[in-house]
Write a protein that binds this ligand. Sequence first.
Ligand code: SF4
Ligand code: MG
Length: 332
Amino acid sequence: MNDILSVNHLSIGFDHSYGHTSVIDDISFNIEKGQTLCIVGESGCGKSLTSLAVMGLLPSGGRIHDGQIVYKGQDISRKSQKELSEIRGKEISMIFQEPMTALNPLHSIGYQVSEVLRVHQKVSKHEAKEKAIEMLRLVGIPSPEKRFAQYPHELSGGMRQRVMIAMALICHPGLLVADEPTTALDVTIQAQILELIQNLKSQFDMALLLITHDLGVVSETADKVVVMYAGQVVEYGDTKELFTEPKHPYTKGLINSIPKMDEDTEVLPTIKGSVPSPDEMPMGCRFVTRCPFAMEICSKIKPPKITDGHEVHCWLYSSEDVKGENPSVDKV
Ligand code: SF4
Ligand code: MG
């Protein structure tokens, strides 16, 4: 197998004085070398938390309760922060939604890019500066020698995101994690940044874990897609197959809500309702409160994983006898 990252049965929860809340429940997926995998779903489905877990950056109170995160054959889910800090930025890097929060306003951009290299590799200050300038040039910063000494506030949002990408890639990581990397940018800049990420991904032969709620982006960039709903994987497979033959009612709802160029629709269909909060998860299928195909069993028992071409977690595709107890399955 050529997996660079494999997430196996990962469960994450938060401990409180009054108990425990499970947020991510038994998710599994894998990314091969050089592949792009997108995680999609509405806000609150656990996409960002999954990406933070891969980085070993869970927010305080968050804990991995079960499962593994395996990077290049090593389980990194139980490593100490010290061990993780050697992997972060060097082997696995991340770019965030809002570059201003990730950049230090008190240091020049050149200093911040070269510092990443100096933390992970034994290079002289001069060599780090040369490489940082080269990297800034690669991400499309004009006149990087001059820009080197500028501070984050002197740059536009798009330029700051380019600096973040330079910091993320200067050590040539094997995996880049990007959480909604263009959401905070102007629409015109979004496409440029995505294209830049795609180009650098091929150039650096990295794998990409891209978190997005934009299915248009997914169809253009991803090799594989994980659809998450309320902390669980509901569908997982090759992009082309998933788009041409979506199986889960939630995935179908997401795909139906993409604007189509050739149709003059005024109102796009949306999925009614909202994602339940972790404290109010329905029993059985978590999508049951919003699903037009819900059957009796759906509110009682967690749907099984069915692999038919690709993976789907839904009672509609189960051949178990138990499904027969409700005739509404005919609706499909
Ligand atoms: Fe809908 Fe039932 Fe499938 Fe859940 S398991 S998505 S409620 S049909
Ligand atoms: Mg998020």
